[in-house]
Ligand binder design. Sequence first.
Ligand SMILES: [Zn+2]
Length: 490
Amino acid sequence: MTTPWFATWLLATGLTALVATTQTRGQSGDRPYDLVIANGRVIDPESRLDGVRHIGIRGDRILAVSRRPLHGRDVIDATGHVVSPGFIDLHRHAHGDASYRYAARDGVTSAFELEVGTPDVEAWYRMMGPARLINFGVGAGHIGARMQVLGDKGFMLPTGPGRGAATATEITAILAALERNVLSGAVAIGMGVAYTPGASTAELAGVFRLAARHRTFVFAHLGSGARALNALLGMAGDAGASLHIAHINSTAGDEIRTYLDVVRAARTRNQDVTTELYPYTAGATLIQSALYDDWERWPDERFSRLEWAATGERLTRKTFAAYRAQGGSVIAHGNLETTLTVAIADPLPMFASDGGRDASDNPTHPRGAGTFARILGHYVRDERVLSLEEAIRRMTIEPARRLQARVPDMRDRGRIRVGSYADITIFDPATVIDRSTYGNAAAYSTGIVHVIVNGVPIIRESEFDDRAEMQGLRVVIGTRMPGRPIRAPR
Ligand SMILES: [Zn+2]
């Protein structure tokens, strides 16, 4: 029997192996892809892929992940760079054009406001419109719902009756408002026990039952102490609801090992509980919030741990009182690098920024601009606290999995595979680093070289791909807006 010449040639060149390892969908002949990302080191934690590949994109989807070079009308050469699924930030409070530019330069392709959320999901998506720089979504906020029902006039967080107890009738109204918002496509339910100290166990248990009924999860900022963690885990377990614990680094403080062990034990019991952290030792919040209600009893020393974000000045009893009456952001120093490193080294927490904003939509704390590059540059490369693949897993596939039970759109994000959305972040592992600091939070990260959202490059060669166009006689610099609303089915 003679072997056909082309089979011999295929075997000899090893091409059969190449053909077998190229995944494609709907590729017709030599028709070029809209965009090809060539020669990059593709890391996809879901499939455990880590190797040099070429990615073919058509429209908003990845259509090929190939060992062979691909033909594209537009080509990004990613030689020497890491090609990762776009980062997903589950915890971001600032949602506007300026804030999204900081997020994008930090590698983020989807950002969500889930902890505070919004009291009006429909209005939030209307306000955001159909397109932004990156993808965006929101949760139904328990804090905001009870502020409305109890008549609290505070900005974002309660400053008056929204902190107090609610009557049975008011609880019914709060839960009804939350349910309306869940039904209009909220991606989760936000809860901030620390900011609503008067919320009773009956009220919180009602929120967990609502979450279970609608197959969503509760995204919670806990009260302080491991007892608060156990109480919330108990309520979630009783209701059969999923729970995500916000910023375990700042909530746990010195008790980080205990918190992580408690969460791990709950997961071992098959409870659906996840958590996250931001890689900084200082927190930030509003000075008028319930966290500081006991300020008059503090020792003098404690005020100096707080920094007034607008000026960088450390506070005293006198200036604290004045700024609390005025309202605004404070940065709270005091956690230790050693406890933060324990949490980063632990495989459990995802990475999320908790990035806030000032009136101009700029970050008030470095986390709003530097979280993801800081993990990759400082903790992966310089300090070797965790591996690159591990870091990427906790900023891509893990947050996608947290959302995808209720939000089908997220089943196709957070991964690089044929058929998924082309949300892709390409960075230089040798140079990626945050530049945002406490003194100057409004500084872009560096080393994030290209960012692609729904198939459209928004950053190329470390610069925004802004387009200048003529509108009449005016030249208008337009930012590309490929980001879309991400919402649960209604
Ligand atoms: Zn929080």
